[in-house]
Write a new protein. Sequence first.
Length: 198
Amino acid sequence: MGNSASKAARKYPTRAPPSQPTTPHNASRATAPRSQTEPASMPLADSHRSQAIEKDGADPQFLSNLSSLGQVRVDHHMESIHVRPEASNIARLFESRARLGADLASSLSSSSTAFRPTRDQMNATALSALMDRRKSVRTKGELEQLARDFGIGHDVLERLTRFVNSPSIDKASIRPATGKSEEEGFVATAVWMEPSLK
């Protein structure tokens, strides 16, 4: 049973194949003269470039494309480009990282309660704090004040909260994890909470 019973048995050859096939067809092929596709006068390699080699290496389509382009026009009033080593890409990368770090440090040290974004950027801590505080807002005025506290526009906050929110759980769905007590772990359903504005 199994799949070996459903397969045909392998048959091995009973005689060894001859070491060199000696058929009249192969013998006539070995002594036949070269055909018209392999002229004997065409050298395979040479130490200098002959006319035959030039003709073999020519690309007529490439040459016709070159001739259709015409002559090259050189702009003699071009400015030379001066490359400064201090303005290379790597140097600019390190400068921008240092500037970003300084901006972040100054924004965090200026006020411990208000988080300020640095040039169209906001760190994850500030974003999480903004989303958490947004859930407790009750009026439209408080929402606008919250956006001003974090240094972003009210319309930017509205566009951002269409796609980003901080983690929230449904308090009614909290239950102990399977096979564990409440002290060992619990399971809850995550929900998307919006502020209840008046």
